[in-house]
Design a protein around this ligand. Sequence first.
Ligand code: CA
Length: 236
Amino acid sequence: MSPTPLQILLVEDHAPLREQVAALLRGAGHRVAEASDGRLGLQQALADLPDVLVLDLGLPGLDGLQVCQRLRREAARHVPTLMLTARDALADKLAGFATGADDYLVKPFAPEELLARVAALARRPQAGQDFELQVGSLSIDRRAREAYRQGQRLALPPLAFQLLLLLAEAHPRALTRSELIHRLWDDDPPESDPLRSHLYQLRQQLDKPFSPPATPMLKTVHGIGFRLESDACKDG
Ligand code: CA
């Protein structure tokens, strides 16, 4: 199956890698614009509003996090962003999620992995549309990185927010533990049961204040993983 051709902006200062990634994306049928520093990349992203932004973290001018932050603030709509990073420390990921990168890829990466992540970002229901995601009485504002249930703001730490966002994007489908772990930490989770504390924080904010009488939205699917269930009507 050949992928839908996408307009991609690639911001990477390391010329050999930029050329290699651009060639890879073009080879898959995508149209690719290139920028070699953060300032030019931001200008171009704001002007073009690409389908997907592939953004290096370490850049001259503005770094990837600053580009992401300003793009979230200034762009007319959500630009799905894949951050490339040589640094796979958890602290970098937290910072990246907080400033609004949608996904991460740690260098060096396999070519198929980059193509798959880019395609997945472009396929997300909200890609290139608006900033709001709604599941029952839950609404998520991607731009502000805020979530509300019944109009009440949920005080979620960055990883618990990211977990909720992944589940909301997958709704009504369940995500497996390993999918969630992979999306949050690539192949390098910080501990043996890394989801536990973030799921706990999410439940405390998303469900505890509302249920009962409202239905808990975060469901454990035994032997599979987790899913969100709408509290407005029956799913399915
Ligand atoms: Ca770089």
